[in-house]
Design a protein around this ligand. Structure first.
Ligand code: ADP
Ligand code: MG
Length: 225
């Protein structure tokens, strides 16, 4: 059974006179434990592809199978549950909530899922993730008190708090200097070694040596290696 499978997926924006095809009949398979990199020029559809994989957007045509079941066979509740419990997102701009502490930012998807107030279990989970990310001392900080690399570590911890098995990262090093970028790429590499499926949009060629699949996207089509 394929884990994530696209069959002739297309994405078309606009309509009539201003129609533009961003993805054209894409076939793609991602296996459990893969490390996938997506590269391509700006505007080539990298984010669109990632957002469709993560159910943040939907295709115009074609079929998307997750865990062997076609997406259209999942009801809204199941889709929301998969998105929350199976898939973690990491973005270029970190997307942390400035009014919340590091701990509260990380716990957000957990509280959203269980609808429960903060408790000891949540605090333990947050603490262990921060430990894993190498910044346990930042637990009570606010995002504006962190460096870019630290913010991204918090965002990665948030993407792992429900023990998600798929991490989708959209240019997560785009706002970081090259040394920090390398450290964050190493974090993804370590997560992959621990069994997480990683799909990473990046311009960093050095990371492709770790990739089990390299996707180049241009003019609506993809090349896979
Ligand atoms: P990338 O991430 O590779 O830079 P995107 O996936 O963000 O590319 O965008 C691909 C193309 O789709 C771009 O031409 C962009 O303008 C267009 N696009 C993205 N989102 C929308 C939208 N919501 N409506 C119309 N066009 C869009
Ligand atoms: Mg993009």
């Amino acid at each position: 059974m394929s884990f994530i499978k696209f069959s002739r997926i297309s994405k078309i924006y606009g309509g009539f006179a201003n129609e533009s095809t961003v993805l054209s009949n894409i076939d793609l398979t991602i296996q459990n434990g893969d490390f996938v990199t997506i590269m391509g020029p700006s505007g080539s559809g990298k984010s669109t592809l990632l957002n469709i994989i993560g159910f943040l957007d939907s295709q115009s045509s074609g079929s998307y199978y997750f865990d062997g079941l076609e997406m259209k066979d999942y009801d809204d509740f199941s889709l929301a549950k998969i998105r929350n419990q199976r898939i973690g997102f990491v973005f270029q701009s970190f997307n942390l909530i400035p009014e919340l502490t590091v701990a509260d930012n990380i716990a957000l998807p957990l509280i959203y899922t269980s609808n429960a107030p903060r408790n000891k279990e949540v605090d333990l989970k947050v603490g262990s993730l921060l430990e894993q990310m190498g910044i346990p001392d930042k637990i009570h900080y606010f995002p504006n008190q962190l460096s870019g690399g630290q913010k991204q570590r918090v965002a990665i911890a948030r993407a792992l708090v429900n023990d998600q098995d798929v991490i989708l990262a959209d240019e997560p090093t785009g706002n970081l200097d090259s040394a920090t970028a390398q450290q964050i790429l190493d974090v993804f590499y370590e997560l992959n070694k621990k069994g997480k499926t990683i799909v990473l949009v990046t311009h960093d060629l050095s990371i492709t040596r770790y990739a089990s699949k390299i996707i180049d996207i241009d003019n609506g089509s993809i090349r896979q290696n």
